[in-house]
Design a protein around this ligand. Structure first.
Ligand SMILES: NC(=O)c1ccc[n+]([C@@H]2O[C@H](COP(=O)([O-])OP(=O)(O)OC[C@H]3O[C@@H](n4cnc5c(N)ncnc54)[C@H](O)[C@@H]3O)[C@@H](O)[C@H]2O)c1
Length: 270
């Protein structure tokens, strides 16, 4: 069955690969990007975000089946907060009503392996409280204090937490909409190309992401996972942050991550 997808960041990298994959499979994709896609929109701008539902509705001729919030930047300024967190959250919230008529509505976003890296807790909290002005102020202050590298990881931690919280809320779960995230490790795209181009840059990038399986991935690898998460086949997986990182998350967090049940750990003797 042909479905209609909205993809932000569709002009490059992971967004473009996902658009091309879904189109190859016969689906319709409405791409959103700064330029070079179907709808030009600067998602760092509140006004542009607010105008998006009308533009998407017009382009789709009514309802849509899935929203994929992929657009992102990795710069050491408030722009990263505006695009990666508020741009993604607002797009998902504002386009959700257009999913209501779909028989299999789905949504996904892109976080990052950096969800697990050092961040700034105050900035994460400001984003989670929905305070864009304060978040932008904090990000610029971090950059001025030489701690700008914490901004990107903070946006990805905040968006991953937002996704988990929202996935089981009345707006998403009760409306029958799986909402998931993908956390890529290192993907070969224009975002990482400058680092991967030199041996020193590559070593520095890979030292922060301890990949054990198959090295950096291609955008198509992420696209295939996103296509499944947002396809009609996925009716039960929700609230999951799926690490596409060759095992780096396992290296960092280890095997014992299943908290929750209050049971005594039994130590087996060999
Ligand atoms: N490449 C990686 O290794 C990697 C790892 C983890 C997470 N990610 C995430 O994956 C997503 C896609 O990144 P990519 O690697 O494909 O990078 P990319 O630079 O190739 O693509 C990002 C796209 O987002 C668009 N974009 C940026 N600012 C925008 C704005 N204000 N409004 C609208 N569109 C905007 C860009 O124009 C571009 O087309 C990002 O969220 C990124 O943080 C990438």
């Amino acid at each position: 069955m042909t479905r209609t997808y909205v993809i932000t960041g569709a002009a490059s990298g992971i967004g473009l690969a996902t658009k091309e994959l879904l189109e190859e499979r016969g689906h319709r994709v409405i791409g959103v990007d700064l330029r070079g896609s179907d709808i030009d929109a600067d998602l760092s701008s509140v006004e542009a975000r607010k105008s998006l539902p009308g533009l998407v509705e017009e382009a789709a001729g009514g309802s849509i089946d899935a929203v994929l919030a992929i657009a992102g930047v990795a710069v050491e300024s408030a722009l990263t907060v505006r695009v990666n967190y508020f741009g993604a959250v607002e797009v998902l919230e504002l386009l959700r009503p257009l999913l209501a008529a779909s028989e299999a509505p789905r949504a996904a976003l892109i976080a990052s392996f950096s969800t697990l890296q050092e961040n700034d807790p105050e900035l994460v909290s400001a984003m989670r409280l929905g305070d864009e002005a304060r978040s932008a102020e904090l990000a610029d202050a971090l950059a001025a204090a030489g701690k700008g590298h914490l901004i990107y990881a903070s946006t990805k931690r905040a968006i991953a937490e937002w996704m988990r919280e929202q996935s089981i809320s009345p707006e998403w779960a009760d409306a029958g909409i799986p909402l998931n995230g993908v956390a890529p490790g290192v993907i070969v795209t224009p975002m990482t190309a400058p680092y991967l181009a030199t041996p020193e840059g590559r070593a520095s990038l890979l030292s922060g992401v301890p990949i054990r399986l198959n090295g950096p991935a291609d955008p198509i690898d992420v696209a295939r996972l996103l296509a499944w998460l947002t396809g009609a086949e996925n009716a039960h997986v929700t609230g999951q942050l799926i690490f596409l990182d060759g095992g780096a998350e396992v290296v960092v967090r280890g095997p014992e991550v299943f908290g929750g049940a209050k049971t005594e750990r039994v130590v087996l003797k060999s």
